[in-house]
Design a protein around this ligand. Structure first.
Ligand SMILES: Cc1cc2nc3c(=O)[nH]c(=O)nc-3n(C[C@H](O)[C@H](O)[C@H](O)COP(=O)(O)OP(=O)(O)OC[C@H]3O[C@@H](n4cnc5c(N)ncnc54)[C@H](O)[C@@H]3O)c2cc1C
Length: 428
């Protein structure tokens, strides 16, 4: 059986951040990077816009402005992003503050989905040149903590340190892992919302600020804006008992690809549950199942014009006569979002959309489409043993799946932070 100084599960930004930090600290370190997919399915691959300003991407439970600034500086130094210019924002800022909305000024870069894939390949090649063993299409399954053995779907390997960074798709896996290993955790919050798609001229702010971050009252915010060659996509998830469901999302290709004149972004509301709701994931899965029922097995889309009139959107209504663009995720079912979305979320989101339309007039054009559901699960909150995300002796849980980040840069930073913990304890 092969034995490694460190086994890292997941080649998303959290796993990569940890790997690069460890090889820098201890050249020749025996490192195994396990990736379930053929190529990292992680978020670096999707649109790859990176935010370099607190608090975007950093859950407040684990990060504050000082700590995140220190780690962000290290992420930036390593990734050397091209920070995008921002301009002409004073008018939007004034309009926002007049109605109790904040426009956060965030330093951003954008590679696009194709650029992200190139970056992943380059990073993995660099790791291999440093002697890191990368094993793709090999899934981590479980651990024997006594013997320090990691089991995969192919073999057993020995580890001294184990870093588990399986991302949002690994959320469920991580819950099982924590249960099996008696790691206490809470899972009491979720973000639920819609993805908005409209024509570029109805949301022109993106020409001056790639991913504008508006913070509305009632814990509602804009999130993950995409423009240029921008598309809405659906991600497939499985419930605990094996039922599929979808969450929509968005991405864009780099500026090398022809623009399609569309913009998409999410508006999400965060909710934290108290007793008797024990699990945000269970709640989210039930919401998503209701959306599946309402949409006949697909996410739902509804035109703003129909939503205002309180009627469902029909497939025949998606035409040039009343409306002016073809939805980029046309496999969604035209329908009525209010049949599937609880009013706590719907009310806050509709209010936020009306405020946004005051700040950026036109976004609520009748042709604008709302896609539902967009659900973010990053609420596994393990009870960590230290500040470096160690959840059990020599086992670290990091990234979006473990709730230590909410975006690429935060995930990369949490990888560095876990590696810092290992370096400190091992004297590397
Ligand atoms: C469509 C889409 C667009 C996004 N756009 C952006 C964006 O533009 N900017 C931004 O900051 N964030 C974006 N995000 C969020 C971003 O993807 C995440 O915040 C980030 O990738 C989290 O990093 P991670 O390393 O924790 O997890 P991930 O990046 O998800 O990586 C986890 C990896 O672990 C692997 N894995 C899972 N389980 C196992 C297992 N058992 N064994 C082995 N491997 C396993 C997965 O295959 C995956 O490659 C987007 C997400 C999506 C889905």
């Amino acid at each position: 059986m092969q034995v490694y100084d460190c086994v890292i599960v997941g080649s998303g930004p959290a796993g990569l951040g940890a790997a690069f930090e460890l090889i820098q600290a201890k050249p020749g370190v025996r490192l195994l990077l396990l990736e379930r997919e053929q190529v990292s399915s992680g978020g670096l691959r999707n649109d790859c816009k990176m935010n370099f300003t607190w608090p975007i991407g950093f859950p407040l439970e684990y990060w504050n402005a000082d700590i995140s600034a220190r780690y962000l500086a290290r992420v930036e130094q390593f990734l050397e992003p091209n920070i995008l210019p921002q301009k002409n924002l004073t008018t939007y800022q004034k309009r926002a503050s007049r109605i109790g909305v904040e426009l956060l000024m965030i330093r951003q870069s954008h590679l696009g989905t194709d650029g992200g894939l190139r970056l992943i390949k380059d990073l993995l090649a660099r790791l291999e040149r440093h002697g890191v063993e990368i094993s793709t299409e090999e899934a981590f399954v479980s651990v024997d903590r006594e013997k320090k053995i990691a089991r995969t779907d192919r073999r057993e390997v020995g580890y001294d340190q184990l870093i588990v960074a399986p991302g949002r798709h690994g959320f469920d896996f991580l819950r099982h892992f924590m249960k099996e290993n008696a790691i206490s955790y809470t899972d009491n919050s979720i973000d639920v919302g819609v993805r908005v798609e409209t024509r570029l001229e109805h949301y022109p702010i993106v020409k001056d600020y790639y991913d504008p971050k508006f913070i509305f009252p009632e814990r509602t915010r804009t999130f993950c804006t995409n423009s240029g060659a921008a598309h809405v996509v659906q991600e497939k998830y499985m419930t605990d008992d094996g039922r599929p469901y979808y969450s929509v999302n968005g991405h864009a290709y780099s500026h090398e690809k022809p623009a399609n004149g569309l913009v998409n972004f999410a508006i999400l509301r965060s909710v934290e549950f108290t007793r008797p709701i024990a699990s945000g994931q269970d709640y989210a899965e039930n919401l998503a199942q209701l959306a599946m029922l309402t949409g006949g097995g697909h996410p739902i889309m509804q035109r703003i014009g129909d939503f205002r009139l309180g009627k469902r959107t029909m497939r025949e209504g998606l035409n040039d006569d009343l409306y002016d663009f073809v939805p980029s995720l046309s496999s969604c079912t035209p329908g009525d979002i209010s049949l599937a979305m609880p009013s706590k979320f719907l009310r806050s989101i509709w209010k936020a959309l009306k405020q946004l339309d005051t700040i950026v007039p036109g976004v609520l054009h009748p042709g604008t489409i709302l896609y539902y559901p967009e659900i973010k699960l990053y609420a596994n909150k393990p009870l960590f043993l230290d500040d470096h995300f160690m959840a059990a002796p020599d086992i670290y849980l990091i990234g979006d799946g473990a709730g230590t980040s909410r975006g690429i840069t935060g995930a990369w930073a949490s990888g560095i932070r876990a590696a810092d913990g290992i370096k400190k304890r091992k004297g590397w």
